[in-house]
Ligand binder design. Sequence first.
Ligand SMILES: CCCCCCCCCC/C=C\CCCC(=O)SCCNC(=O)CCNC(=O)[C@H](O)C(C)(C)COP(=O)(O)OP(=O)(O)OC[C@H]1O[C@@H](n2cnc3c(N)ncnc32)[C@H](O)[C@@H]1OP(=O)(O)O
Ligand SMILES: Cc1cc2nc3c(=O)[nH]c(=O)nc-3n(C[C@H](O)[C@H](O)[C@H](O)COP(=O)(O)OP(=O)(O)OC[C@H]3O[C@@H](n4cnc5c(N)ncnc54)[C@H](O)[C@@H]3O)c2cc1C
Length: 674
Amino acid sequence: MTQTNNNMTVNPDLAMERAKCNFNVLEVTHIFDGGERNTLQRKKIEDVALNSGASKDALGEEHMSPKEKYENAVRKSCIYATMMKNELAELSGLESFGVSSPVIRRTADAFFKEVSPFLLHLGMFVPTIMGQCTPEQQSYWLPRALDMQIIGTYAQTELGHGTFIRGLETTATYDPETEEFVLHSPTLSSYKWWAGGLGKTVNYCIVVAQLYTKGECHGTHPFIVQIRDEDTHVPLPGIKVGEIGPKMGFNTADNGFLGFDHYRIPREHMLMKNAQVLKDGTYVKVARHGKLTYGTMVFVRVVLVNEVAFNLAKASTIAVRYSAIRRQSKPKPDEVEPQILDYVTQQHKLFIAIATAHALQLCSTWLWESFSAVLAQMKGGNTDTLPEFHALSSCLKAISTSDSAHLIEQCRHACGGHGYMISSGIPNLYNFVSATRTYEGDYTVLLLQTARFLVKAYEQAEAKKPLTPTVSYLAHAFSGSRATWDNSPDGIIRSFQALAAGKTAVCVTNMRKRMRAGLSQVDAWEMSTIQLVAAAEAHCRAVIADTYRKEIVRLTANSSPNVKVVMDQLTTLYLYYWALERTGDLLMFTSVSQKDLVDLQIAYEELLLKIRPNAVGLVDAFDLRDELLHSTLGSYDGRVYERLMEEALKSPMNKEPVSDAYSKYLRPMMKGKL
Ligand SMILES: CCCCCCCCCC/C=C\CCCC(=O)SCCNC(=O)CCNC(=O)[C@H](O)C(C)(C)COP(=O)(O)OP(=O)(O)OC[C@H]1O[C@@H](n2cnc3c(N)ncnc32)[C@H](O)[C@@H]1OP(=O)(O)O
Ligand SMILES: Cc1cc2nc3c(=O)[nH]c(=O)nc-3n(C[C@H](O)[C@H](O)[C@H](O)COP(=O)(O)OP(=O)(O)OC[C@H]3O[C@@H](n4cnc5c(N)ncnc54)[C@H](O)[C@@H]3O)c2cc1C
């Protein structure tokens, strides 16, 4: 594995772990990156972007005031954006997530401990222009946006509504006299709230508003709106804009609020790919599917699966390397204190994080490919696959973000007290990833979207109608007998599918019972939502497990024997872990016995021991440069205690021997003179 500094001194425990590793680390890096070509290009991009040292700060971000932090983040965003236009432009022809490759996005993480104020520009503003504009609109806006002549964000959520988009209150009323839309915020709750970069950075934004023309409301539509002067950056008349204040994370993203006072924009600034307002105010619906204006959200949900996989890989790298150098307790009095990685409970906390990072990474690539296929069909006017894809992207977004946040927190627990230090890198990772569970569609809300699809699919299966691929397992839901337990990987995946089918069946039965007892369909649904969320979660686990397993088998077909073994161990670990987490459900819906579960627990524990010698090799294979980890605990060389002390000494509190607080408060209080 290449590191920036080849002459570094490595902690002896880490060196020993690396010597013990029995598989080819680079081969696994290629699997994680999606092929050798991608690894080579990623490394080139990282070398160009990071070797100059431009990503480094003289003073750690954590010691800056909020204003300094923000300005520093803008400074570095501009450096990085300029690099993207120049040095990185040619290199970024990777298998890309559309706008800019995920590698470019990930490399940017070296520049920010939190996030760039430009995140929404690349993540949502540009994709909305690409997805919601007519070709003429696109040819006007896209070059300006890609060249960063204008900077934008995506302002949909309001103070009063985030989840329920149809409830948004901002209005865009067409005035045929002037051929303009009049944007207005009629209430406090209609103020836009949350958009990243809106507070101080952007001069344009996509605004989602209720469209009125000829006295009729046509629901929410996107508009491109200039909010600041292109030269002075002063907010334009009729615009009230500001920053929303400190948050748990995202503190360099200047999330903002925005209100309109009868603010006029040209008719052409409505994004008209899916619906149009003609000069005389006639409304014309173009799209075949009513929800195509939600397209940018679907795109980001897909991207987020990849995003959280990467952040989980970082957290597990930090926690595993730290666990290899940390020694604690003396279970055997005559022996030295063991590395904490030798404790089986520690392995239980950490190895699932490694396996999940792989599972989500592979699912994200598969999801991206499915998304590309759906987009290609929609180009030809066919939206038939959209409902299944919406159900799939919703549950994968919900489960991947939730699992990653949970496992990153588990990595923090695994690092004991030092994991609580900002300098460990884990708190920032957690703060970032825990927000992903909420934004772009809350966890519960998205799982309920998937549940809608599952219930419909169940009814189709009941009527012996054809099923779409991700729910084809529902065809076996009516056999009347419990699924046969079998602890092979394929057997466990079939059991996960049986859980999802069983839970969906319970929901449908309960809803029908409730409706027979007099509840309306809406109330019967509402009373069943705890179970519906559980059914959607089970479905998603079955999808992840199946995809992970199939992809690993495919990708390791030509791998060296030891790589095959270790990748197989990780997928098996994922399956055992989740089977053991769901023993109650397995007992309900499969033929598993108490003995089978005891045997599975033992097999799981033995698997942890088999993976243990390769643990550091596995996280090294994520190939995350120190600049990306921002961690005193997780650096490649393992100089943990030295780095912790170096960071502590940087604290401004250590600048003077006696704090001013002594003479101001402590001394007077202690001398009884306060
Ligand atoms: C690579 C470079 C870029 C890198 C970028 C990195 C990542 C970027 C990070 C950025 C950081 C922060 C960004 C944060 C941004 C935001 O949060 S923007 C705001 C996001 N907001 C939401 O996600 C709101 C969630 N709410 C909804 O999506 C909808 O309101 C909801 C789906 C819950 C309900 O919509 P309704 O219109 O009310 O629909 P229903 O009545 O429930 O359903 C009617 C039918 O429509 C179907 N449906 C719903 N949505 C979709 C969709 N998107 N696609 C297809 N179909 C959809 C639904 O299933 C129903 O179908 P049915 O009737 O059952 O057949
Ligand atoms: C860091 C961050 C960045 C963001 N950036 C942006 C941005 O750039 N642009 C933008 O437009 N927005 C942005 N958002 C807003 C984000 O999209 C919303 O916060 C998110 O969609 C959740 O909506 P909400 O806040 O209205 O939550 P609510 O819907 O109020 O959720 C509160 C609770 O109610 C529950 N709930 C709500 N509806 C239902 C239901 N139908 N059934 C069951 N339970 C329900 C939820 O599960 C949750 O537990 C951002 C948010 C965060 C945290």
